[in-house]
Design a protein around this ligand. Structure first.
Ligand SMILES: [Zn+2]
Ligand SMILES: [Zn+2]
Length: 342
């Protein structure tokens, strides 16, 4: 038997006991060492993202050690691995063109609609396991399976060029990693945060400039602030990670001619911009969802080279999962929290 944090149909979250899954052909059983606690988990707690069926083990950010393998895998017990949480078929048009994050068959996603990693063990297809470089710890690797790979993916798709200027709007769990990915791509990075603490966190993780905009103040002044920092020109890329109509509208207006607006992550608010604002400046709109397996490999490589690090805000035992999520809901977390299962 094993212990796992499970969400039930009445939306209660409990640490429960269930059988250790058996790895099938082409699969491996992973003994989890660290699991990241993510803002997206709150959407599952709130019933906005619905597992099918309930109950389900939550958690989509896991790293650990291979415990056992099914038939036909090249992995061995003892291998350190990060779990790529999006299941993919490997054979459809999108998978074959390297875009397995938007697999046509959508077989499922760990911790979203199929049992995830806030558990002592998880069984996953071998193609979802990425080796962890020796110099990268499990906590870092766990967070890179969500925020880190998402940051790499968004940066790649942004077309950011060496010497360009990027604005990263929102210094949360993903934003702090986008700052680092954009720096690694050779850009100047202007971090936009809602507190001085978050701005300072961004500056200590590679941001070249920081702007603090409070919710009360509103985003109306952001375009002017960005133009002031760029001698009137504006930014080449705007990474939008806050997701309100205000922040998105301001983001488009922060761009230089020919700039790129990058929408990353989920929001229920509309993007409300007159098309002329896009057309006359040939602005590009790029959207990104999660990341490919290759992006996870790249994120782990960046961490191994020292170009990407994860500020760990708190470590909890599996039984502390509710405390960790409550802290996240209060927005009382600077950096990322993890469950320590090692
Ligand atoms: Zn996540
Ligand atoms: Zn596919």
């Amino acid at each position: 038997m094993m212990r796992a944090a499970r969400i039930f149909e009445d939306l209660s979250l409990r640490v429960d006991e269930l059988a250790v899954p058996a790895p099938g052909p082409g699969e491996a059983l992973v003994r989890i060492q660290a699991a990241g606690v993510c803002g997206t988990d709150l959407h599952i707690l709130d019933g906005m993202i619905k597992p099918d069926p309930y109950p389900m083990t939550i958690g989509h950010e896991a790293a650990g050690v291979v415990e056992a393998v099914g038939g036909g895998t090249a992995l061995s017990p003892g291998d350190r691995v990060a779990v790529y949480n999006k299941l993919f078929c490997g054979a459809c048009e999108q998978c074959l063109s390297g875009r397995n994050n938007i697999c046509d068959r959508e077989p499922g996603q760990l911790g979203f609609n199929t049992d995830g990693g806030d558990a002592e063990y998880v069984a996953v297809p071998e193609r979802n396991l990425v080796p962890i470089p020796a110099s990268v710890d499990f906590a870092t690797a766990a967070v890179l399976t969500c925020a880190g790979m998402t940051a790499v993916h968004a940066t790649k798709l942004s077309g950011l060029r060496l010497g360009g200027t990027a604005v990263v709007d929102g210094i949360g769990g993903v934003g702090i990693l986008v700052v680092q990915a954009a720096r690694a791509a050779g850009a100047r990075v202007i971090a936009v945060a809602d507190s001085a603490e978050k701005r300072d966190l961004a500056l200590s993780h590679g941001a070249t400039d920081g702007v603090v905009i409070s919710e009360a103040q509103g985003y109306g002044e952001l375009p002017a602030a960005v133009r002031e920092l760029t001698a009137g020109r504006g930014a080449d890329v705007f990474f939008e990670l806050v997701g309100t109509t205000d922040t998105m509208t301001a983001g488009v207006r922060c761009l230089a001619k020919g700039g790129t607006f990058v929408a990353t992550g989920y929001t229920d608010q509309p993007l409300n911009v007159h098309p002329i604002e896009f057309i006359l400046s040939e602005t590009s709109l790029v959207s990104t969802v999660a990341a490919t397996r290759l992006d996870l490999e790249a994120a782990l490589g960046l961490a191994a080279s020292g170009a990407m690090s994860v500020p760990i805000a708190g470590r909890y035992p599996l039984d502390g999962v509710q405390d960790a999520l409550s802290a996240l809901r209060r927005r009382a977390v600077l950096g990322r929290q993890i469950l320590d299962l090692g």
